[in-house]
Design a binder for this molecule. Structure first.
Ligand code: MRU
Length: 347
């Protein structure tokens, strides 16, 4: 197995290391993955997160388990548990399905094919991010101020990110001048992760609370919104971090272009529309307070009832441009998404 390196995942000889994103931005702490069930814990706990990254991390964990000699029956059972670790991002299911297909027919387990499949999934994600960034940056005019939500960067992929990949390449080309970062309640992926990534890349940015985005747009200070996606239905509706739908509605009201970026691996052709996308609901504690490297704080009575969907669904009609590795779909002017997709393969 060859060495692999990304901002959030490392595979030196015989080991699989993940950057614990719960501890960012205060600590850069790498965790040694001890097996598939440990990877499930890391994914559920959001140490490893972001739609493409959880697919890649799952593939590497399965390759590691096969190389360590996990018997075929146990490997397949572990793959099924891993596939169900989080329900919304389809990249996880797609990656695990590719790994089980590579393993071959039971009762065997083709170790070299499994190792090769994991490496292909990693390399492919790097390539797809670059293609998305190329298409997406070309949409931006010189000197734009863009707003993003959650973290769709190098921390969420094996490559340079999806939405943040566009921003990064756009900045290098002089098309993006400034980035407004939604803090992204309740788990603050924007404040903790996106702001950290932008600072590392030297890209000027400003953090705002999610409920400030409307006022910022009303003031004419946002030229474009760029976000990622966790699952794109066959009609172009998509799920992304909760708060995305509200931004899309605001963008339409204020005439701000709303751009969604994702690899083709995020498209679920079997899911007819947004109503069929399963939305993960998470623990009430995440809304009642916050636990992280900064400590533990609670701000409501401990028994306050809570609703905590991790994602929301945005209808395709609110999207200006869906940037995939294979091209840009514009719902207002292009053929319906399934027709536009026909015959398109990965970049
Ligand atoms: O719960 P998370 O942090 O995994 O949610 C991540 C998002 O919603 C991202 O925007 C999405 O996965 C795209 S990442 C390229």
């Amino acid at each position: 197995m060859r060495e692999l390196n990304s901002l959030a995942l490392r595979r030196p000889a015989g080991r699989l290391l993940v950057l614990d994103q719960r501890r960012l931005p205060h600590e850069e702490c790498w965790v040694d993955c001890r097996g598939v069930d440990h990877m499930i814990e890391l994914i559920r706990g959001l140490a490893v997160r972001g739609a493409p990254l959880i697919g890649v991390a799952a593939a590497l964990a399965l390759a590691q388990a096969a190389a360590a000699g996990l018997p075929a029956v146990e490997w397949r059972a572990a793959a099924a548990r891993l596939r169900a670790a989080r329900p919304t991002a389809v990249n996880l299911m797609a990656a695990v399905d590719r790994m089980t297909a590579a393993a071959g027919a039971p009762p065997g387990l083709d170790g070299p094919a499994v190792a090769a499949a994991a490496e292909t999934i990693f390399d492919e994600d790097v390539r797809l991010c670059e293609a998305i960034a190329r298409h997406g940056a070309a949409l931006c005019a010189p000197g734009e101020a863009v707003l993003t939500h959650c973290n769709a960067g190098a921390l969420a992929t094996a490559g340079i990110g999806t939405a943040l990949g566009i921003i990064r390449r756009g900045f290098e080309q002089g098309r993006v001048a400034h980035v407004f970062v939604d803090e992204t309640r309740p788990l603050l992926q924007g404040a903790r992760l996106t702001a950290w990534e932008l600072a590392r890349a030297g890209i000027p940015h400003t953090l705002l609370c999610d409920n400030m985005a409307a006022a910022l747009m009303a003031a004419g200070r946002v030229r474009r919104i760029v976000v990622g996606a966790d699952r794109i239905a066959a009609n172009g509706d998509f799920a992304n971090k909760v708060g995305t739908y509200g931004l899309a509605v605001l963008a339409r009201h204020h005439g701000v272009p709303f751009v969604v970026a994702a690899p083709l691996t995020t498209v679920d052709r079997g899911c007819p529309d947004g109503r069929a996308i399963p939305v993960e609901e998470r623990a009430a504690a995440e809304v009642r307070g916050f636990a992280g490297a900064a400590g533990v704080v609670g701000w409501t009575a401990p028994a306050t009832p809570v609703w905590n969907p991790a994602f929301d669904v945005t209808p395709a009609a609110l999207v200006t441009a869906l940037v995939l590795d294979c091209g840009v779909w514009r719902p207002a002017t292009d053929a319906a998404f399934p027709d536009w997709l026909k015959g398109r393969a990965h970049a």
